[in-house]
Ligand binder design. Structure first.
Ligand code: 5RP
Length: 228
């Protein structure tokens, strides 16, 4: 079973949580592509739900499949968000944003009554920090934010695309911040959030309620307990 098979399996299983009448947050990334495709099939088969999207690419995919996508600017709360992840630890804390959509993803996740992560087994980690933490940064404050994150101990790399600074859907830059193993994710998240000019970062501390992970063909579904 390939990594893509695992992504598809997790996405299809999570799609079962989408019910008639729901307002659903659509994630971003290759696993979310499988989810949106599946939801498009179910929509064509008569399932009736509406969506908000966490990126322009997910919005375009959903609309092409006939799914009604509302502007998130008009939406205060949604029923369910389903999204991929880059890392997830046993306490349901995650690093997201390899695809650059972490700011919209976090807004949509925070607005959701329930937020589910879908992933292949490679995303499960004992401790966050193998991946860099993507930090969406106001271009005006680039040098200031970079220096502030470096003072927190990270090696900071400005994300590029075709030799130009990568731009998010909002037109901002992304600093990929390599901290190494993150001993205290909540404290780091708070420190990053307090930097003026840092618009958002990919550390998700409280947002994830459950995950669907397919690891070499085996589906694992876990719910966050009050004690987690
Ligand atoms: C995009 C994200 C994605 O959810 C994350 O990068 C996972 O992507 P994939 O499903 O392609 O592995 O956070 O900003």
């Amino acid at each position: 079973m390939s990594q893509d098979d695992d992504k598809r399996r997790a996405a299809l299983a999570a799609a079962d949580e989408v019910k008639d009448g729901m307002l659903v947050g659509l994630g971003t990334g290759s696993t979310a592509v499988f989810l949106i495709d599946e939801l498009g099939r179910r929509f064509a088969g008569g399932l009736r739900f509406r969506a908000v999207a966490t990126s322009l690419s997910s919005e375009a995919q959903a609309k092409a499949l006939g799914i009604e996508v509302l502007p998130f600017a008009d939406v205060a709360a949604i029923d369910l968000a389903i999204d991929g992840t880059d890392e997830i630890d046993p306490q349901f804390r995650a690093i997201k944003g390899a695809g650059g959509a972490m700011l919209r993803e976090k807004c949509v996740a925070a607005s959701a009554t329930r937020m589910i992560v879908i992933a292949d087994g490679s995303k499960q980690v004992a401790q966050l920090g193998t991946m860099p933490v993507p930090c969406e940064t106001l271009p005006f404050a680039l040098a200031f934010v970079r220096a502030a994150v470096e003072r927190l101990g990270a090696r900071v790399v400005l994300r590029t695309k075709s030799d130009e600074p990568y731009r998010t859907d909002q037109g901002n830059f992304v600093l990929d911040c390599h901290f190494g193993p993150i001993a205290a994710p909540a404290e780091l998240a708070a420190q990053l959030s307090s930097i003026p000019g840092m618009i958002g970062h990919g550390l998700f501390i409280d947002e994830v309620d459950a995950f669907y992970i397919s690891d070499a063909g085996q589906l694992i579904v876990k719910e966050r307990l009050l004690s987690d």
